[in-house]
Write a protein that binds this ligand. Structure first.
Ligand code: URA
Length: 434
C-alpha cells in the first residue's frame, strides 16, 4: 500500500477501504507519512467526501490510535454529553449533576476553552482547590462512590485526531462534515461511555450557521455512535445568542449554581433539563424519552441535583464555602457597564462577538495553554426579546484592568442590536435526532 495511490483514489472519487484508512491514520500518527501527503488526502476528502462506512472507519481508526478509557468497572449505563461549542454554554455543570442525581453514572472528560468558546474544565477550576486531574483509579472510584466525576482529558487519548485536526486547521480542511464528525466521535468513543448525548449548536455563534448543516452533522455523529454500538441522541440547539447571561469561567459557575437552585435564566435552565432528560433516558432510568426531562425537573426542584454538584466539588477538593456563597467565587475588580443609547427591543446579540469580548477581558485564551483570568467575562442584563429603555444597562464586563474592560465593553456594545419592533425569540431546541 502506498500513500500516493490512496490520494489519487480519493481525488478521483473512489471509496477507501478500511485497510487504506488505517494505513493513513497509523502512518501519519507515527510520523511515517509526511504532512504534504496527509494534507493532499484531506483536501481530496474535503472535495470528494467520505461515505458512511468510510467515515466510521476513520473514526474507529482514530479512536484506537491511543489510550481508551475503561469504564467497565463502574456499574450501570455510563452516559456522556458533548457540545459542539458555544458561548455561555455551562450545561455540563448543570445537566451532569442532574443526570447523576437520577442514577445515571457520569464519568466525563471535558476540555478547555480556546478562542471564543469556553471549556468546562476552565469553569470548574475557577472554584478554588478544585482538582480536574484524577488518576484512572481515583476517577473510577469516585464515580462508583458518588455517581459523578468531571475531569480534563487524561492519558494519551486519540493522538491521531490531535495531529490530523492540527493539520486541518492550517490547510483549509476543517469544514467537512465527515472529518468534523469523526474527530468529535473518535474522542467520545475513546472516552468509554456506553451512550452519548450530543448538543449540536446552530447559529451565529456556532460552527454550523445553518440548521440543515447542523442536522447533517448530528445525523452523521448519531450514525457513527450507533455503528460503534453506543446509543446516541443529537439535539440541534440555538446559538444565535449566548446561552444564559454569564460568559466567563467564575461568572458561569455562579450562574450554574443559580440554575441548580432553581433561579437561573430560562434558556440555560430549560436546555440543561432537556439534555439531562436525554441522558436519563439513554441511561435507562425511564422508559419513554419524554419522561427523562420530567425526572430531571424533579431532581432540580427537590435539591437533589444541587446536592450532587456539592458532592462533586467536595470530592474533587473544591472549596465548599465558595459554592455555598458564590460571592466568594472569583470576579474581576474592574467593571464596566454597557448602556442602551436608544429604546426598543433587543433583536440580536451576536454570540461570537460576545465570546470574543469575553476572551479579551481575559476569560479566554487565543492560543493553547495560555493562562486565563477566572474572574473575568461578560454578564448580559438583557437578552433577545427584552424591552430596553434609553439609559438602561444592557450588560457588564469584568476584567483585571480598565484597558481590557473598555475594549471588551466596546465589543459587547457592537454585538447588540436594538430595534423598534419586538423580534421573534429563536427556538431553543430546533430538532432532536434519535
Ligand atoms: N471539534 C473537534 O473536536 N473536531 C473538529 O473537527 C471540529 C470541532
Amino acid at each position: 500500500m502506498n500513500m500516493e495511490d490512496i490520494i489519487i483514489k480519493k481525488r478521483d472519487g473512489g471509496k477507501l477501504t478500511e485497510q487504506e484508512i488505517r494505513y493513513f491514520v497509523r502512518g501519519y500518527t507515527a510520523g511515517d507519512i509526511p504532512d504534504y501527503q496527509a494534507s493532499a488526502l484531506l483536501m481530496a476528502i474535503y472535495f470528494q467526501k467520505l461515505d458512511r462506512e468510510e467515515t466510521f472507519q476513520l473514526t474507529d481508526a482514530m479512536k484506537s490510535s491511543g489510550d481508551m478509557a475503561d469504564l467497565s468497572g463502574i456499574p450501570g449505563i455510563k452516559v456522556d454529553k458533548h457540545s459542539t461549542g458555544g458561548v455561555g454554554d455551562k450545561t455540563t455543570l448543570i445537566a451532569a449533576p442532574i443526570a447523576a442525581a437520577c442514577g445515571v453514572p457520569i464519568a466525563k472528560m471535558s476540555g478547555r476553552g480556546l478562542g471564543f468558546t469556553g471549556g468546562t474544565i476552565d469553569k470548574l477550576e475557577s472554584i478554588p482547590g478544585m482538582r480536574t486531574t484524577l488518576t484512572p483509579e481515583e476517577f473510577t472510584a469516585q464515580v462508583s462512590e458518588i455517581g459523578i466525576a468531571l475531569i480534563g482529558q487524561s492519558g494519551h487519548i486519540t493522538p491521531a485526531d490531535k495531529k490530523i485536526y492540527a493539520l486541518r486547521d492550517v490547510t483549509g480542511t476543517v469544514e467537512n462534515m465527515s472529518l468534523i464528525a469523526s474527530s468529535i466521535m473518535s474522542k467520545k468513543l475513546a472516552a468509554g461511555s456506553d451512550a452519548i448525548v450530543l448538543d449540536v449548536k446552530c447559529g451565529d455563534g456556532a460552527f454550523m450557521k445553518k440548521q440543515e448543516d447542523a442536522r447533517e452533522l448530528g445525523q452523521i455523529m448519531c450514525d457513527i455512535g450507533e455503528s460503534a454500538g453506543r446509543k446516541t441522541i443529537a439535539m440541534i440547539t440555538d446559538m444565535n445568542q449566548p446561552l444564559g447571561c454569564a460568559v466567563g469561567n467564575g461568572l458561569e459557575v455562579r450562574e450554574a449554581i443559580d440554575v441548580l437552585h432553581g433561579k437561573g435564566p430560562y434558556d440555560i435552565t430549560e436546555l440543561s433539563l432537556q439534555l439531562a432528560g436525554a441522558m436519563i433516558y439513554l441511561g435507562g432510568r425511564v422508559k419513554a424519552f419524554e419522561e427523562g426531562a420530567y425526572m430531571a425537573r424533579q431532581a432540580l426542584s427537590s435539591g437533589a441535583a444541587w446536592e450532587k454538584f456539592r458532592m462533586l466539588v467536595q470530592h474533587q477538593g473544591g472549596d465548599l464555602e465558595t459554592i455555598e456563597d458564590p460571592d466568594l467565587l472569583p470576579r474581576s475588580d474592574t467593571k464596566k457597564q454597557i448602556i442602551a443609547d436608544s429604546y426598543g427591543f433587543v433583536s440580536r446579540i451576536e454570540a461570537e462577538q460576545i465570546g470574543i469580548a469575553s476572551q479579551h477581558t481575559g476569560a479566554g485564551r487565543a492560543v493553547k495553554d495560555e493562562a486565563i483570568d477566572p474572574g473575568a467575562g461578560v454578564v448580559l442584563e438583557k437578552k433577545v426579546g427584552d424591552h430596553v429603555s434609553k439609559g438602561e444597562v444592557l450588560a457588564a464586563v469584568y476584567a483585571s484592568s480598565r484597558k481590557k474592560a473598555e475594549l471588551a465593553a466596546d465589543e459587547v456594545e457592537l454585538a447588540y442590536t436594538i430595534s423598534r419592533d419586538r423580534p421573534e425569540v429563536p427556538e431553543l431546541i430546533k430538532e432532536i435526532i434519535r
